[in-house]
Ligand binder design. Structure first.
Ligand code: HEC
Length: 172
């Protein structure tokens, strides 16, 4: 003869089983409403780090390969693009951590670009090497000035392996 509490236990198990069956056979609940439409596109608002990566770093590197190959036409173009990038950056991000970006570009960037332009116009590889080194130090100095001392730039070493799809030597 079964004890009373064993019977209660069996009844509870049977009840739970039938609930589970009911739950499994229920149809999936239909979505209450249509999903929310995605938000409209926002204008692209790059940060200074994005602009440095997208505009400045690449042109700084290309300028080196053009100048060190004595491709003065291309070097002139890269230097001009770099200057334009500096200019556009100051318009997009006039203030960074309380610093006037245009003013800092005027101290750490453009004076070195002036020297690059002169070296390129004179087709002077020695002056180019010196101006490029100074420009590169200017990059690092501005990073330190704007509280990013760990962003240290350097003159590329060795031949170009970064842009294998572009010719840096002068046109024949
Ligand atoms: C006016 C000051 C200034 C000058 C000049 C400047 N930078 Fe920067 N750069 C910054 C600041 C500030 C940051 C950090 C931005 C951030 O983290 O949002 C930065 C970030 C960078 C980064 C890191 C980007 C990343 O997300 O990995 C690179 C690379 C860089 N700069 C390259 C250069 C090079 C190359 C030059 C020189 C040709 C240069 N910068 C000149 C201010 C400057």
């Amino acid at each position: 003869m079964m004890k009373k509490h064993t019977l209660i236990l069996l009844a509870a198990i049977a009840l739970a089983g039938s609930w589970a069956t009911v739950a499994l056979t229920q149809p999936a609940t239909p979505p209450a409403e249509a999903p929310e439409p995605p938000p409209p596109p926002q204008p692209f608002s790059p940060g200074l780090d994005d602009l440095m990566t997208m505009l400045v770093q690449i042109r700084h590197t290309k300028l080196y390969y053009a100048g060190s190959a004595k491709n003065w036409e291309l070097a002139a173009s890269e230097a001009r693009e770099l200057r334009n990038s500096f200019d556009r950056i100051t318009k997009t991000i006039p203030l960074y951590l309380g610093n006037d970006v245009a003013q800092s570009m005027g101290v750490f960037g453009t004076p070195h670009l002036d020297k690059i332009d002169k070296a390129v116009a004179d087709a002077d590889p020695v002056a180019f090497t010196k101006a490029y080194k100074d420009l590169t130090e200017g990059c690092t100095q501005c990073h330190a000035y704007m509280e990013h001392p760990f962003l240290v730039m350097k003159v590329p070493a060795g031949p170009n392996t970064i842009f294998p799809d572009q010719v840096f030597t002068p046109l024949p």
